[in-house]
Ligand binder design. Structure first.
Ligand code: OAD
Length: 233
């Protein structure tokens, strides 16, 4: 089977009822990014940051995967699919995808403040335990923090993502403005002449003969892409 690699961003989850980050109505218009998505913001006011992610985590319980997530999962019948997502929600997994690489962490998990990438301290919260409090400590005695990659932090999953991108036969980009690195730089690792399908209702500042634009939302866009891929492969 061909390797189909799908890079997703916040736009993937819009039709499930979650916000994007940039643009009108985006999260960074409502919450200062320096406060809630940087490592300095966390050191300045850990309680505010922990509560912000508690709220986002609890919001997950009120939303569901959309049709686009489900079509991505269905593509596993025809392709060896790897989803590389910048999203911290769990909607790809709940939509049925089996290989999901989370570049920016996962809302459902917490970890140690001292040693955040040590697998020993990364734990998945039970849904009735979604409220992390100040004083809840990891096994190393440090405050439990959200397992989120903040600006200013390393992106440990990028190496595994690059390995998959290097092996891509087909590449798909859905719902990301490609503003944030290293995720946006993944396109540079594609082998020559790999077709790139871009699903986004808005235009993105990228072009080239390998790009095929599907200017639509994630659900309708994925239906269109499914038809194209099954016709061609
Ligand atoms: P952005 O908010 O930058 O971009 C969202 C993209 O989704 C835009 O290109 C929109 O046009 C598109 N979009 C809107 N509605 C859509 C729909 N119904 N279907 C498909 N696409 C739609 O979000 P990201 O690129 O994901 O990082 O942002 C990247 C990172 O920046 C995030 O992971 C987050 C943020 O800061 C961290 O928090 C570390």
């Amino acid at each position: 089977m061909k390797n189909l690699i799908i890079l997703t961003g916040a736009g993937m989850s819009v039709e499930s009822g979650l916000s994007t980050f940039r643009g009108s109505g985006g999260m960074w218009g409502k919450y200062p990014v320096e406060q809630v998505a940087t490592i300095e913001g966390y050191y300045d006011n850990p309680e505010l940051v922990i509560n912000f992610y508690n709220d986002l985590r609890k919001q997950l319980l009120t939303v569901n995967p959309n049709h686009g997530h489900k079509v991505i999962a269905e593509l596993e019948k025809y392709f060896n699919v790897t989803v590389i997502t910048q999203n911290v929600d769990n909607l790809h997994e709940r939509g049925g995808s089996s290989n999901v690489i989370h570049l920016h962490g996962e809302l459902t998990k917490v970890t140690s403040s001292k040693d955040p990438n040590n697998p020993r301290y990364i734990e998945t919260l039970a849904t009735d335990d979604y409220d992390v409090k100040m004083g809840d400590n990891s096994a190393d005695g440090s405050q439990k923090r959200p397992f989120i990659v903040w600006f200013g932090e390393a992106v440990p999953m990028i190496d595994e993502a690059i390995e998959w991108v290097r092996k891509a036969d087909i590449f798909v980009v859905i719902g990301t403005s490609l503003n944030v690195y290293p995720a946006a730089g993944l396109l540079n690792y594609l082998p020559p002449r790999v077709p790139i399908y871009v699903i986004d209702p808005n235009e993105l500042p990228i072009k080239g003969s390998d790009y095929h634009f599907i200017q639509n939302g994630a659900s309708k866009g994925m239906d269109e892409l499914m038809k194209i891929l099954l016709d061609k492969n």
